[in-house]
Design a protein around this ligand. Sequence first.
Ligand code: GTP
Ligand code: MN
Ligand code: MN
Length: 626
Amino acid sequence: FYVVNEVVMKRLGHVPIHKGDFHLLPPKVQRFVAEKVEVMRPRGIYICDGTQHEADEIIDKLVERGMLSPLRAYENNYICRTDPKDVARVESKTWMVTPDKHQTVCRTAEGTEPLMGHWMSPDDLAVELDSRFPGCMAGRIMYVIPFSMGPIGGPLSKIGVQLTDSNYVVLSMRIMTRVSNDVWDALANNDFVRCIHSVGLPRPVKQRVVNHWPCNPERVLIAHRPPEREIWSFGSGYGGNSLLGKKCFALRIASNIAKDEGWMAEHMLIMGVTRPCGREHFIAAAFPSACGKTNLAMLEPTLPGWKVRCVGDDIAWMKFGEDGRLYAINPEAGFFGVAPGTSHKTNPMAVATFQKNSIFTNVAETADGEYFWEGLEDEIKDKNVEMINWLGEKWKIGDKGVAAHPNSRFAAPARQCPIIHPDWESPQGVPIEAIIFGGRRPAGVPLILETNSWEHGIFVGACLKSEATAAAEHTGKQVMHDPMAMRPFMGYNFGKYLQHWLDLKQGNRKMPQIYHVNWFRKDANNKFLWPGFGDNIRVIDWIIRRLDGEADLGLETAIGTVPAKGSINLEGLSDVNWDELMSVPADYWKEDVKEVRHFLETQVGPDLPAEVRAEMDKQEQRINAL
Ligand code: GTP
Ligand code: MN
Ligand code: MN
């Protein structure tokens, strides 16, 4: 128990503690809470303990109010519809706040807007905060959520405290992170990441609240102060903007901490793959949002004898151990996955994971009390069943429009995944031998290539591109740069980030081999050339045989080593057009290297590390010799 001092008491004023004991909070947390109570003026304080009992109480209240409704066909599954104006991350309103602009963004060419990192000065932030947060929780309860990213007390784990006035956030944080009173003990007098979130709609509410989902889309602001390890989020309840442990903390803030402390915080899945001979290898993979991380992490192999087990599906924190190997933990405790396209056929393990204790946001609900979204047409029992679509309208298969929003999501506890790895909560992490980059590349890019070295791999990661998806507010189908799959999540100057990757290579360290995959190459009829999903094990098989040093698998090209013809197991697959799938078209790559040079020179400019520039020069020479 900690004593509460007078200054804290004064700041709390007469705001009652609805639940929990303020004396449990370490003094730094007491001060943090009291300061924010004084600013945001909630009508009560609720200190979360993360228990099932607590969740049940909140769920009952939300069901009564109509914000959540139970999906009767399952156990403890709920559906929730947001205000249709609040459905995705809002990159244009997401800011990194540092005294020096170039701590956040690269020194881009004259007239070039930085694509990575979005900078705001501390003075401007102060103005923005002042016009939003004072009184913003009036009439609402402020929840205090103690959470750990990574197993509580683990050597790679970090602690955060989130304040929020959204009970949807409380329920979701409980699935996605480790919320428990034990966090206070693990924290003691140490520092923590300060997370402040408000839906931005004090009571009495002046606007109309749509779908019982309070938010304030016109006033959205998501701001990070890396030096202070602090996050301010206003106006949105959508997961990527409001579950601050995820992208805001585990990527944008953590990448800063990682740079200072010599480790890595990356937008990567982590998987354990066991060969038929019984040997297991751990792989991390970085794909931009909605490009297949959750699918790959839970892959059900179509090749006999192979076993894949999931450690994480979105974020990896990685640090070199004493033995020189790179160890990774999944800082999260749940999956916040894209719902559309998820089915027994594409991701049976995800489907098994969300049969209970899960929250579905912006999907459709059938009259039978089941969830529905695009991609489940072949699996639904009654194809004529009446539904309520994500907009709350009556809907049936075949009707105009869509059942679910393209960025609708499930939040499900990772421990419920049938193939969760037995070591997924190992505090030390699992040893990573390979890192895979990938994106949606309809043309020109082969199914798989191995990079030539750590440095070449970093160059390939820096050039990562993908067709735009629905995970953010972008529309259309253009191929966009998404370096290291971190473009929306870069916590600091991207040139310095690349330098940090380069610096990680040190004498005794065993650097992971770096690969690039493309499941999304299309033929002239716009059809995927590769079956993907469970068949991606065939590509993983090739990678692992490369790692294990098997001979005669590779063919050197200008852009890296691709599989020699016949070196990928295609048994049981009909009509795979190998030549089209693996080709490295000279014309395409001559264009690409020009575009990449333009991108790196205008976007990273003088911040581009010499080693990466050298890799670009070498690759350009190889391509121009084609
Ligand atoms: P975030 O969670 O937003 O970071 O995205 P993610 O990388 O986890 O994406 P996810 O696994 O949810 O993939 C989303 C989309 O990719 C779905 O539409 C899938 O159908 C599609 N997808 C995944 N794997 C494959 C594949 O191997 N081939 C093809 N063609 N599509 C795939
Ligand atoms: Mn993601
Ligand atoms: Mn995912």
